[in-house]
Design a protein around this ligand. Structure first.
Ligand SMILES: CC(C)(COP(=O)(O)OP(=O)(O)OC[C@H]1O[C@@H](n2cnc3c(N)ncnc32)[C@H](O)[C@@H]1OP(=O)(O)O)[C@@H](O)C(=O)NCCC(=O)NCCS
Length: 321
């Protein structure tokens, strides 16, 4: 990249950082732009200067990776950097360029593809442009920050007990994990793959053999009826950069048996985790939930989480317009 362009990109990144900080203090500084699958897409302002840019990142997720269950096999992600006043206009220009860029890529035309933009949830300025281009708000990264006061004790769910899971719980944990994926299939996020059940089992087995697996089961009348799996900061590095707060943990799985919902089991599992996180000084806890899951958003916001990033997606990628 020539020196003048590098300087312009640095200025844009700084201005985006100032905007993000004003919109939401939990947003991080914008990172350096990743290498894209083509030249950066550049939005030019009326004065002829660079008014914003974006990079298209292409990931091909192999079938033997559990990650393929969480979305399309070919993922095209636009990483935007829009600093100016008129975000709606520059987002529209950038999205049009991106659509034209994807139209020239053979791998973006298949059925198992997605085009997505991860946008700050509190930045409402670009939403009209995202909608106009056929993107749907599919998934939210929600965040909870550590409260200032002393941690509240875990709430008790009548007749239920919470205990850490171990290697002997593989079948119980697997069953609840697979039921969660089947439930989430309704919301257009995950895709059930041939290898899904086997790969989830491998992951469950590997995680339950750790000294401290960060997996908890809720039991009622001797039956496992609830599951919570989390990642401590040392395992959550892959998502920690999505927030300015550090250290950050990740809440990976949360499921309560349909017959047992609304009786306090979910809250008891979450508060049990929060006591631990708050006690060890974790500054922020992140999680993903589907925007259109009618049970998760009310529950998470009741538990102290709020939206941080929204993933806007067109699936297949050719649905981007
Ligand atoms: C989301 C889920 C885990 C909640 O578990 P739960 O055991 O039913 O929740 P609780 O009974 O402990 O409810 C805790 C609080 O949230 C509220 N709440 C829970 N679900 C709610 C909903 N759908 N709408 C409104 N409030 C809700 C409860 O009223 C309760 O409030 P209170 O503290 O004032 O009493 C459960 O519905 C579930 O497993 N859903 C399917 C899987 C899923 O969506 N997982 C989350 C994926 S990100």
């Amino acid at each position: 990249m020539p020196w003048v362009v590098r300087e312009a990109v640095r200025d844009i990144n700084r201005a985006v950082g100032r905007r993000w900080r004003a919109i939401d203090p939990l947003l991080p500084d914008p990172g350096t732009l990743p290498a894209g699958c083509g030249a950066p897409l550049v939005v030019t302002g009326d004065n002829g200067r660079m008014a914003g840019l974006g990079v298209c990142v292409h990931q091909r997720i192999p079938p033997q990776s559990l990650n393929q269950t969480w979305g399309a096999a070919d993922r095209f992600t636009l990483v935007p950097r829009l600093p100016g006043q008129d975000i709606a206009a520059s987002a529209g220009l950038l999205l049009s360029q991106w659509r034209d860029h994807l139209a020239g890529i053979g791998a973006a035309r298949g059925p198992d593809t997605s085009a997505s933009v991860v946008w700050p949830s509190l930045d409402i300025s670009g939403i009209q442009a995202l909608l106009r281009h056929g993107l749907q708000p599919l998934t939210v990264i929600a965040a909870r920050t550590r409260p200032n006061g002393p941690p509240s004790p875990p709430r008790r769910a009548f007749g239920a007990t919470i205990r850490p899971a171990g290697p002997a719980d593989e079948e119980r944990v697997l069953d609840l994990e697979l039921r969660l994926i089947r439930y989430d299939l309704h919301f257009g996020g995950p895709v059930w793959r041939e290898a899904t059940a086997r790969l989830v089992r491998d992951e469950v087995r590997a995680s339950l053999t750790k000294t401290d697996p960060w997996t908890w089961l809720a039991e009622r009348n001797g039956r496992a009826v609830g599951l919570l799996v989390a990642q401590p900061p040392q395992e959550a590095g892959w998502i920690a950069g999505m927030t300015s707060k550090s250290p950050a943990a990740y809440l990976q799985t949360m499921f309560v048996d349909a017959q047992e919902r609304g009786t306090g089991i979910g809250a008891a599992l979450v508060r049990n985790l929060h006591v631990r996180l708050d006690g060890m000084g974790v500054a922020a806890t992140l999680l993903h939930h589907s925007q259109v899951n009618p049970l998760s958003a009310p529950f998470w916001y009741r538990m102290g989480y709020r939206p941080l990033w929204t993933s806007w997606e067109a699936r297949p990628a050719s649905a981007l317009r």
